[in-house]
Write a protein that binds this ligand. Structure first.
Ligand code: MGD
Ligand code: MGD
Ligand code: MO
Length: 807
């Protein structure tokens, strides 16, 4: 989240789109309702009606996978009707920057596309720069090659009629949302966007969010109280685990994973450290080498020296352009390229797309280490229905895990707040926390490598690794230490002292930190700040509920990101009633500003978007894989053959693998005429491995069902409670029909399109509840993230001939 939970109460307009916030993010919704009680309008744009819709002012049904058209229409409406916040757009966004000659958009494709590699040469989208390398800019926004004009042209194609025709949303509903949300394009009103999986789980997931970025910048909604783009994060601590790198393509603190083309630390730094010649740009990432070297120091301790490039050579390097996320990982496994591994704290045989394939893929392993609270579809894959365990070669180890209430540590919530989590009870005999398992495993490996050697043993033997797992010691190391006596500014620090903030981190080996974003969370003066529970705040802070002394927030306890955009160039808040920061003539008061420089107008200031190379908010975003502006493309499996915006039906860069088990329906395939969307339920957790083992939760939601409209049910001769077979090009599932008014048929291109919905929490290890919905979904992914398209695939449904096993 750019903002945080409590801040939602400051919004005047709340657009919940691609999330069932009330059911899956109840903490967010507490503040949504708070805002509503103060007069905010709350809108829910979602294929199905849920508890979130019920508590919103209105619900707008949308065909799954068409949000870019929906938002493109809103961007067009704002531009055509001058609803944008001009001062903000001109001063703080890249609206005035001139785009180089290489950029073009034609027939649904941007320039630089290579159909052979299905990727773009993104240098074609570069900005034009002057002789000093500073981006050229037209403050009047009139230059035909400036971002603003290109943006206008691009989205002028998103007319109400076309948008309505493809999304299935009526013109009236479109206008109702557009007018309400666009009313925040003034300095004194705030609009927030709350999204989650309804946006990310598409082959256009990232561009859905890009569209929100464009929208919120046009309306001046980034950096202000009650504004922002707020990703409601999923699993407990998923924010913390991405910060500390759950993903293959980054190392902690959102820095790139080394790849084979960067063999030296110099290569790495050159490729990853942005340069800006714009004097008004802070270009914060120019500090990256300091954070990266501090990370290497934290990993390899005293062994990491300037002479050996701080052990950079010991890091594994991924192949450039190779994808190591689930879709590709399980494909490699399916092809027999992986011998063994660890699957801990997840249940992919249930939660991964196209599970019929992943289940077979897992059979190809020689060995597998799992750790669980219960037996799951993953730990017990070898004895799944229809498989003779004798035919599965995998040796499976199941380590009993402690539950999260049985351990302590830090959790980072969606609002980036790091909160200490205390242990409630001891784990049962034999069960261990992950740290208590993993620290000794690595120590055994270290000893083995020390004794027996091997390929590049120093990668393991030189690790700065504790004998024993002590959570708070790791927390300190995440914050970071000085590794020698140094002077920072006029302050002297001693070797072994905790660093006070990331501004103290250096690239000369004098500091170490496991994550620069968390530097300042654990200090000599205040100790572990995630334990703070102090509700005090200044009068100014109290107006927006900032609570700066409650827990700690990354970065540097800044509660609202990009808050320098909440003030005018003189440092005066656009909205004095809900000021985030203010320049009092000498310093900033309120939140921790994005850099302490004086206001922009002083001539000594910096632009607010300090993480962007040139300092501007990116209406034009040339960093993404499939284009600098978002463009509507259909889901990979779609009920239509064409769409009104171009001939390019799908995202030209979407990711996929090919195997005999990765079969796809063709566009408008008569064999699979209905759209399937999948989701969580309140009573279960994700794949259900945990909650299906809690009897009262299982009783509340006992078996797999498929929600469908009365119209579709009538057409198919299905009644509420009937057994139903759902089929996709990849597999089949049995479920109970839930015939409901919550889902309505859509009118798309003059025809009726039906949508059905299924939860994905039921699996075969729990008797009589059905099995994974992901037997139906397709392993096709977004080109930037490779998140599978769980929210839209095509299926057929029919009444089951006989009562199925779950009926
Ligand atoms: N009780 C409970 N809470 C949970 C979880 C749980 O399992 N149970 N899971 C947690 C996790 S890991 C996560 S990631 C989050 C998930 O939180 P959410 O993303 O809020 O939950 P989902 O149920 O996946 O569905 C999101 C909504 O998106 C809608 N949707 C589907 N396709 C589209 C589309 O194309 N456009 C739009 N606008 N909407 C669409 C669906 O109808 C659904 O209402 O919840 C977390 N919270
Ligand atoms: N069709 C479809 N598929 C989806 C989604 C969707 O919307 N639709 N959503 C996706 C999303 S957002 C997510 S996050 C994934 C979730 O997918 P998974 O992460 O695979 O799902 P969980 O059910 O949360 O699995 C966690 C497992 O860890 C176990 N566990 C819990 N606590 C601990 C612990 O402390 N230690 C250990 N070792 N084990 C523990 C639980 O018992 C459970 O079996 O599913 C994805 N799959
Ligand atoms: Mo999730």
């Amino acid at each position: 989240m750019t903002n945080h939970w409590i801040d939602i109460k400051n919004a005047d307009s709340i657009l919940i789109i691609g999330s069932n916030a009330a059911e899956h993010h109840p903490i967010s919704f507490k503040w949504v309702l708070d805002a509503k009680s103060r007069g905010a309008s709350v809108m829910h744009v979602d294929p199905k009606f849920s508890r979130t819709s019920a508590r919103s002012d209105f619900h707008v049904p949308i065909r799954s996978g068409t949000d870019i058209a929906f938002l493109g229409g809103m961007i067009n409406y704002i531009l055509e009707n001058d609803k944008y916040f001009k001062d903000y757009v001109v001063n703080y966004t890249n609206a005035g920057l001139i785009v180089g000659d290489g950029y073009e958009f034609k027939d649904g494709l941007f320039s630089g596309y290579d159909p052979k590699t299905r990727s773009y040469d993104r240098s074609k989208w570069d900005l034009a720069v002057d002789e000093n390398g500073v981006p050229r800019r037209d403050e009047t926004l009139q230059d035909p090659r400036c971002v603003f004009q290109l943006l206008k042209t691009h989205y002028s194609r998103y007319s109400l009629d076309k948008v309505s025709d493809i999304t299935g949303v009526s013109r009236d509903d479109l206008m109702r949302v557009y007018e309400t949300f666009a009313s925040t394009g003034t300095g004194t009103r705030a609009g927030t966007i709350l999204y989650a999986l309804g946006w990310t789980q598409h082959t256009v997931g990232v561009q859905n969010i890009r569209s929100a970025g464009i929208l919120q910048l046009l309306l001046g909604n980034i950096g202000i109280a009650g504004g922002g783009i707020n990703a409601l994060r999923g699993e407990p601590n998923v924010q913390g685990s991405t910060d500390h790198t759950l993903l293959y393509h980054i190392v902690p603190g959102y820095m790139a994973m080394p790849n084979a083309t960067w063999q030296t630390l110099d290569d790495y730094n050159k490729a990853n450290t942005p340069v800006s010649h714009n004097p008004e740009s802070a270009n914060w990432w120019q500090n990256k080498p300091k954070y990266f070297v501090s990370l290497l120091k934290a990993w390899y301790g005293d062994k990491a020296t300037k002479d050996n490039q701080f052990c950079y050579g010991l890091l594994p390097k991924i192949e450039k352009g190779e994808d190591y996320s689930y879709i590709f990982l399980f494909d490699r496994m399916y092809r027999g390229e992986i011998e063994g591994g660890f699957i801990i704290g997840l249940n992919p045989m249930q939660s991964m797309a196209n599970t019929n394939k992943t289940r077979k893929a897992l059979d190809k392993l020689d060995w597998l280490v799992t750790s669980e609270l219960h037996h799951s579809e993953t730990t017990d894959n070898w004895r799944r229905p229809g498989v003779d365990p004798k035919t599965v070669k995998t040796e499976v180890f199941l380590l009993p895990s402690a539950h999260r209430v049985e351990k302590e540590g830090s959790v980072t919530n969606s609002g980036r707040w790091m909160l200490w989590h205390y242990k409630a009870v001891d784990p049962p005999e034999g069960a261990r926390t992950f740290g208590e398992m993993f620290v000794p495993i690595v120590n055994i490996l270290k000893k083995k490598y020390e004794k027996e050697g091997g390929k590049l043993p120093e990668a393991i033997t030189w690790l700065d690794w504790p004998e024993k797992y002590v959570p708070e010691e790791v927390t300190k190391k995440i914050n970071g230490f000085f590794t020698m006596d140094v002077k920072v500014g006029d302050k002297q620090y001693k070797k072994g002292q905790l660093v006070p903030s990331f501004t103290a981190l250096a690239d000369d080996g004098s500091t170490m930190s496991l994550n620069w974003l968390y530097a300042g969370s654990f200090t000599e003066e205040d100790g572990n700040k995630s334990k703070r529970r102090d509700p005090s705040q200044t009068e100014m802070q109290a107006k927006i509920g900032l609570y700066p002394n409650w827990a700690w927030c990354w970065p540097v306890n800044r509660r609202i990101l990009y808050n320098r955009a909440s003030v005018d160039p003189q440092g005066k808040p656009w909205n004095p009633e809900k000021a985030v920061i203010e320049w009092n003539g000498e310093k900033w008061v309120g939140d921790v500003p994005d850099g302490g420089w004086a206001p922009l107008a002083s001539g000594k200031g910096k632009l607010p978007f300090i993480m962007h190379t040139h300092g501007y908010g990116q209406l034009y975003g040339p960093g993404r894989m499939e284009g600098p502006f978002s463009e509507h493309y259909e889901p990979v499996e779609t009920p239509v053959e064409n769409h009104p915006f171009s001939k390019q039906l799908h995202n030209p860069c979407y990711k996929s693998v090919s195997s005999d088990m990765d079969v796809l329906a063709k566009p408008a395939d008569p064999k699979f005429p209905y759209v399937l969307t999948t989701y969580n339920v309140t009573e279960h957790w994700c794949g259900g491995g945990e909650t299906r083992n809690v009897p009262n939760l299982l009783e509340a939601e006992p078996q797999l069902y498929v929600e469908m409209s009365h119209e579709l049910a009538r057409e198919k001769g299905i009644e509420n409670g009937d057994g139903v077979i759902i089929e996709s090009a990849r597999g089949k599932a049995e479920a109970i029909a839930m015939v409901t008014v919550r889902i309505k048929p859509f009118k798309v291109q003059g025809k009726t399109v039906h949508l059905v919905g299924m939860p994905f929490c039921f699996g075969w290890t729990t008797p009589k509840c059905g099995d994974s919905t992901n037997r139906l979904t397709a392993a096709v992914g977004d080109p930037n993230t490779t998140i599978p398209e769980y929210k839209a695939c095509c299926v057929n449904v029919r009444k089951a001939d006989a009562l199925t096993e779950i009926a």
